[in-house]
Design a protein. Structure first.
Length: 410
């Protein structure tokens, strides 16, 4: 299936799910044949699908009812949609659709669908169902989305906790291998991918702390694992919360046989390759400038301008948005916002003593960046390091060259 077709199917599916909540008739209670289950959708190919998805399913064959309750819905037509997205003020909502439509949507995307049926009493089922119907009403369905702490996956857990209360016990059985939030993200996306590198640059040191088992559940697959280990009060004793676990759809293998030329082209366009080439070019440019004893001011201006602009964007993400994950971002150690000002000033004065000192300052910031990496303060994108090495060499050369220009003006 082409990328265009997948995008069209995705948009149509989202639109259908969003609109369909208003078309389903309200129900007051479930029959004793009804079941409520957790649906876990596997990762998709697009970056925003790489983390999977979660939803509830309520099925009652007696009443011919089979609905999916989806906390991962958003409205493209909402006022200032893109502005709110950038500012971290995205509103998501609970929508309700027919399960067949929901299931077909993810089958078309070739994504796995797992169903875990909950082991609940009739009273618990009706209480949970009533809450979901109330939550899906126009005045109740919207919530402020947060990638780590309030999303389609955490909502599944939180709704169960709210409705089952003390009857639900997660115990200590769910003990995943310790990881930071960043590691959990990186496990879902390839490191040598532009989307992955972009996320690594945009998010700060706040995600480089170990996540607790409870916090692991911002990812749908860990919601499924945690609830598989949970227990609930039964008639006479505690029982497992999940009474059956079934894979409803297993995706077909989509890896195509790529030609050697195609694989080569993909690698040549990868972040690691691009940043390695840029780093090497900076080294070669510095060597050539040293040989001819003449600094290329355009190279330094380009470095100051590009890193400065990136730094300004990182500062805006830190201070001008509500994104929690973009705080305390030490990528500013290589992308200093002040460098943009230096680039503009360099058009007035090509060399000055303060410029040499500024280059030394940037070198010290890169050394501090390396220390942050090795001490665990923040982990930086692996593909970025060849460029950082090239920057280090260029800055050291540039500082010495500027000092000579100041001492011996032509």
């Amino acid at each position: 299936m082409s990328a265009l077709k997948k995008t069209i199917y995705g948009l149509l599916g989202i639109c259908f799910i969003w609109m369909s909540h208003g078309t389903l008739r309200a129900q007051t209670s479930l029959s004793d044949q009804a079941e409520i289950s957790i649906l876990t959708i596997g990762p998709g190919e697009a970056l925003y699908d790489r983390f999977g998805h979660s939803a509830f399913r309520v099925s009652d064959p007696t009443q011919k009812l089979d609905w999916a309750f989806n906390y991962g819905t958003y409205d493209f037509n909402a006022p200032n949609f893109y502005g709110k997205f950038v500012q971290g003020q995205m509103m998501y909502a609970l929508s309700v659709s027919y399960f067949d439509a929901f299931f077909t949507h993810y089958k078309r995307q070739n994504r796995s669908v797992q169903e875990q049926t909950l082991n609940l009493s009739q009273e618990q089922k009706n209480q949970l169902f009533a809450y979901l119907q109330w939550n899906a009403q126009a005045g109740n369905r919207s919530y402020r989305y947060d990638f780590f702490y309030d999303n389609c996956a955490t909502r599944i857990r939180d709704v169960l906790v709210k409705n089952l209360g003390g009857a639900l016990d997660y115990g200590q059985a769910f003990k995943p291998e310790p990881m930071t939030f960043r590691q959990l993200i990186q496990n879902q996306v390839p490191y040598n991918n532009w989307g992955s590198v972009g996320m690594d640059i945009a998010i700060g040191a706040v995600v480089d702390v170990p996540a607790t088992p409870w916090q692991f559940q911002f990812l749908p697959k860990y919601v499924a694992q945690a609830h598989a280990e949970a227990s609930v009060n039964g008639l006479n004793a505690r029982e497992l919360l999940i009474k059956s676990d079934e894979v409803l759809f297993q995706p077909a293998t989509t890896e195509l046989q790529k030609s050697s030329l195609m694989r080569l082209l993909m690698f040549l366009g990868s972040p690691l390759m691009i940043f390695s080439v840029l780093g090497l070019l900076l080294v070669l440019r510095s060597w050539w400038d040293h040989q001819r004893q003449q600094r290329c001011i355009h190279t330094d201006r380009a470095i100051w301008l590009l890193t400065g602009v990136i730094g300004i964007l990182l500062v805006l993400l830190w201070f001008a948005t509500d994104h929690l994950a973009t705080k305390m971002n030490y990528n500013l150690l290589w992308a200093m916002p002040t460098s943009a000002i230096v680039a503009l000033l360099s058009f007035r004065q090509k060399a000055a003593p303060w410029m040499a000192q500024y280059q030394l300052f940037l070198v010290l910031m890169l050394i501090l960046m390396v220390m942050h990496q090795f001490t665990g303060v923040q982990s930086f994108a692996p593909a970025l390091w060849p460029l950082i090495a090239g920057l280090m060499i260029r800055l050291i050369y540039s500082r010495n060259a500027i000092k000579k220009e100041v001492e011996n003006p032509s």
